[in-house]
Design a protein around this ligand. Structure first.
Ligand code: SAH
Length: 365
């Protein structure tokens, strides 16, 4: 790499240059990349690390994404939907932990009964989670897949303010290879745009290391994040689930996959300075220090699991899911210690809106 990472022009950066950055191998240049991502993080988002308690409310799914362990056609999955009270109890656990927000995630159901169920839960959580320390209650994020605009409006009106819908890949041919023909890129994109129009703090992301995916494709994904003006990003390595049709040949070795995943976080931070970026469970599943390392490369959000333990293993999107959680005592304490030793500040009782979202919504008022 010849030119200086710190002199990168975020708006005019080319796919070729970004792909070069993604290919960066351990050494001086990569350390420069990491330090630049870290500087941009500190300058734009402070040193805070925000927590989103992840509650996997249901693994019932009507879609058939070819990479996903809970796809409809996977008959070996024991299907569940948490009761209203179970979700509420898990959310109150997150309040006790001092998190400012939660993320309710599920397989894909679009029927009215499901939207009713989630809306009621959102209302109950908003009412019950208010306290002196969190006067407006928990911030509620959703990750319920592709929904109609009407359903998304209902969920927003119930009190959810954030929504995460990964585009998975922005390359149309690759998208078509990893999904059945009934699922379209256009529909997912139009859903993502609806989220933003409705007023959600909008998140997207991709999987890294899909069979047939190139660094140029990943570079285009980063430009997509910038051009769609999203507020939050969740990305992680693609991890094989053996009971899915996709496995194919892994695109990279685990070592390379980890390296590219971290480079993706750093490059995204450079191109989209004010967004929230999660250090994901998949990253930790790939490498025991994955979450901490993701933070060192520019992530500022983590999502500890608060799915009831007895259901957690039924929500396997991929094999061997890691669990950062209070019930996993040592891991949790070590995580906090590591984060602090990196000069970062675990932030409690704070919503942690992304500065990008705050800026774009204030400027539209
Ligand atoms: N059904 C919702 C949310 C659940 S899946 C949705 O699709 O939006 C959440 C994310 O898990 C997906 O967006 C996908 O990026 C990721 N995922 C699914 N299978 C995976 C796998 N095998 N490896 C890594 N990530 C996976």
């Amino acid at each position: 790499m010849t030119d200086n990472i710190s002199a990168l022009d975020q708006q005019n950066i080319s796919i070729k240059r970004l792909a070069q950055i993604l290919s960066c191998k351990p050494g001086e240049e990569r350390e420069a990349l990491r330090l630049q991502a870290q500087k941009i993080t500190f300058d734009n988002l402070s040193r805070a690390i925000y927590f989103r308690g992840l509650i996997e409310i249901s693994n019932v799914c009507t879609l058939d994404c070819r990479y996903c362990g809970i796809r409809q056609s996977n008959r070996s999955v024991r299907r569940y939907t948490l009761s209203h009270d179970e979700v509420l109890a898990a959310a109150m656990e997150c309040v006790e932990m001092g998190y400012g927000s939660i993320l309710l995630q599920s397989g894909e159901r679009t029927d009215d009964a499901f939207i009713d169920y989630v809306s009621e839960i959102i209302r109950a959580i908003k009412t019950k989670s208010r306290s002196e320390k969190l006067p407006d209650g928990l911030a509620i994020g959703l990750s319920l897949g592709e929904q109609s605009e009407k359903s998304l409006e209902r969920l927003y009106n119930a009190g959810a303010t954030r929504y995460l819908l990964r585009i998975e890949t922005t390359n149309p041919e690759l998208f078509a290879r990893i999904h059945p023909s009934s699922q379209s890129f256009e529909n997912r994109l139009s859903c993502l745009r609806s989220l933003r129009n409705i007023g959600f703090m909008t998140g997207t992301g991709v999987m890294i290391g899909l069979p047939g995916q190139t660094l140029e494709m990943l570079a285009s994904d980063i430009l997509f994040f910038r051009d769609e003006d999203v507020d939050m990003i969740g990305m992680g390595p693609y991890l094989i689930h053996p009971d899915t049709p996709l496995p194919g040949a892994p695109a990279m070795s685990n070592e390379e996959l980890f390296r590219v995943s971290l480079n993706m976080i750093a490059a995204t931070r450079i191109v989209c300075p004010g967004v929230n970026i999660a250090a994901t469970t998949a990253l930790e599943t790939l490498h025991p220090e994955g979450r901490q390392t993701g933070i060192a490369f520019g992530a500022n959000v983590v999502m500890p699991s608060h799915t009831p333990l007895y259901r957690s293993s039924d929500y396997n999107l991929y094999k061997g899911k890691a669990r950062l959680s209070r019930d996993n005592g040592d891991t949790w304490e070590r995580f906090l210690e590591d984060v602090k030793s990196m000069g970062r500040v675990p932030s409690f009782y704070a919503w942690g809106d992304s500065p990008h979202f705050t800026a774009r919504t204030e400027s539209h008022d």
